[in-house]
Design a protein. Structure first.
Length: 216
């Protein structure tokens, strides 16, 4: 599984480049800004980057999970570290969002992470963020690896992925400075990759997608 998190980048031009150059794969999920989801949904599997914890209400400026579903999203990223850091999203809120999103027919991808490089500390941090329901997809993103070109050792990723498996989570994704050089090795250790900057570059998406064999 390759998940492209465009963050607050990308526009109709990038939509056009994706449509022209990147073949459909059931293992490719594109998560653009909510305003672009409907533009991509006929060509790719699409996910939102966030949604509200309620299905509807007087919450000006928020995005309902029902509306994401209506415009063609199948997935939604929740609790990305940027949401936790800049928008104050708490563990409880993220889980609530995930439960509502699932009720609306979306598949939530719950992002969890830690500032630490110490495996014991990381596990302590992650356990606070994990949902009870182990059917959710979990994306492990060390905060210090996001946007930095620093990645943990493969042994670190392996230990955390195995620990998540022991907690009952079978769908685990890694994110944080994934690029065309490191994608294949990291993908051996989990079920998918979540890419940020690399998702904005068509060539990188194609190279990473090929190394993950998403078109085989
Ligand atoms: P980068 O791949 O740019 O480090 O971003 C990772 C990320 O936050 C994906 O959700």
């Amino acid at each position: 599984m390759l998940i492209c998190n465009w963050k607050m980048y990308g526009d109709l031009q990038l939509v056009g480049l994706y449509k022209k150059n990147i073949p459909y794969s059931q293992n490719l999920i594109v998560c653009p800004m909510a305003t672009l989801c409907s533009e991509l949904k006929d060509t790719f599997k699409v996910g939102g980057q966030n949604c509200h914890q309620e299905k509807e209400g007087a919450f000006t400026g928020e995005i309902s999970p029902l509306s994401l579903k209506e415009v063609g999203c199948e997935y939604v990223l929740l609790g990305h570290s940027e949401r936790r850091k800049y928008f104050g999203e708490t563990n409880e809120l993220v889980i609530k969002k995930a439960v509502t999103a699932k009720e609306c027919g979306l598949t939530p991808i719950i992002c969890v992470g830690s500032n630490s490089e110490d495996i014991v500390q990381i596990k302590q941090d992650l356990i606070q963020q994990l949902p009870q329901d182990s059917s959710f997809i979990i994306a492990y993103e060390p905060t210090w690896a996001i946007g930095t070109n620093k990645i943990p050792s493969l042994d670190h990723i392996d230990q955390i992925m195995q620990w998540l498996a022991n907690q009952g989570f079978s769908q685990k994704v890694y994110g944080g400075s994934v690029n065309s050089e490191n994608a294949q090795d990291i993908h051996q250790l989990c079920q998918g990759l979540l890419i940020g900057r690399a998702s904005l570059d068509i060539h990188s998406v194609l190279t990473i997608g090929k190394s993950l064999e998403i078109w085989n």
